[in-house]
Design a protein around this ligand. Structure first.
Ligand code: ADP
Length: 262
């Protein structure tokens, strides 16, 4: 178990979350880069919901809008039109300062390149989001998270003294430390060997299953995608397919089809 959390606990009920509730909802989201004849429509009227507590993979051919989807859904970038709601909050209603605070307290991020700060120890990297959010670093919470991702023995090291897999575990601990509602992962296994990738995907799976956190992962890897509850496929900036309980073979088939019809 990754420990317990209070935010999603209904009064008098077990830890859980209303499965009918979307943790992330995009409504008619369009994102254009540039203007006039050279404008690129990266997302084209995307409307989709991601169920709270689910693990969702976002896939599609190169240039289909995956990164743009993730950036808009996570409030790292603003859509040209349409609305993004996260945990019921319309991100468009927040000014830059409020949006930054919202991301720090409600969202966790995991990147392909780990993005750990080299001058900080593992422990300082993990607790950084708490300090940025102005929250205390309760020892118990830090222990729970570091134990759950298996980095307790590494707390005094610097990132340069860790393997890639260990660095990604630390990055996941950092993403989990604020108990965010939603974790966005951008190709989290892209730099890892297959065995280490399996471990990391297991941790993301555990965050969704044990903690009812919502995990949204962009990946190009059908084997990684089969760990998800569902795969959302993008092509030319639109959601063109959803597959529940995906197998790698199924995902590979859809990807081949989408590349062929580009
Ligand atoms: P993916 O992640 O699926 O490869 P992206 O979201 O990165 O797709 O890109 C979708 C489309 O938007 C592509 O045509 C890409 O060239 C374009 N694009 C992405 N970012 C920018 C940008 N900052 N400026 C101009 N065009 C962009």
């Amino acid at each position: 178990m990754l420990g317990t959390r209070g935010r999603n606990q209904p009064p008098g009920g077990p830890i859980g979350i209303d499965p009918s509730r979307s943790a992330v909802r995009l409504t008619q989201v369009t994102k254009e880069y540039g203007r006039g004849p050279s404008a690129v429509v990266a997302l084209d009227q995307v409307s989709t919901g991601i169920t709270a507590g689910s693990f969702t993979a976002v896939m599609g051919p190169s240039g289909s809008g995956k990164s743009t989807f993730l950036h808009c859904a996570a409030g790292l970038d603003r859509p040209t039109s349409g609305t993004v709601q996260l945990g019921g909050q319309d991100l468009g209603e927040l000014d830059e300062k409020q949006l930054t605070r919202f991301r720090r307290t409600r969202i966790g991020f995991v990147f392909q390149a780990f993005n750990l700060l080299p001058s900080l120890t593992v422990e300082q990297n993990i607790t950084l989001p708490l300090r940025l959010a102005g929250a205390g670093t309760a020892h118990g919470a830090v222990h729970d998270v570091t134990a759950s991702v298996g980095v307790t023995g590494l707390l005094g090291r610097r990132p340069s003294q860790l393997s890639g897999g260990q660095q990604q575990r630390v990055a996941i601990a950092r993403a989990l430390i604020t108990r965010p509602e939603v974790i966005f992962a951008d190709e989290p296994t892209g730099a890892l060997d297959p065995d280490t990738a399996e471990d990391v995907l297991g941790l993301l799976r555990k965050a969704a299953t044990d903690l009812h956190q919502t995990v949204v992962m962009v990946t190009h890897d059908p084997v990684a995608a089969q760990h998800a509850d569902q795969v959302v496929f993008l092509a030319a900036g639109r959601v063109v397919r959803r597959v529940d309980a995906p197998t790698a073979a199924q995902v590979k088939g859809v990807m081949t089809e989408l590349r062929r019809t580009r």
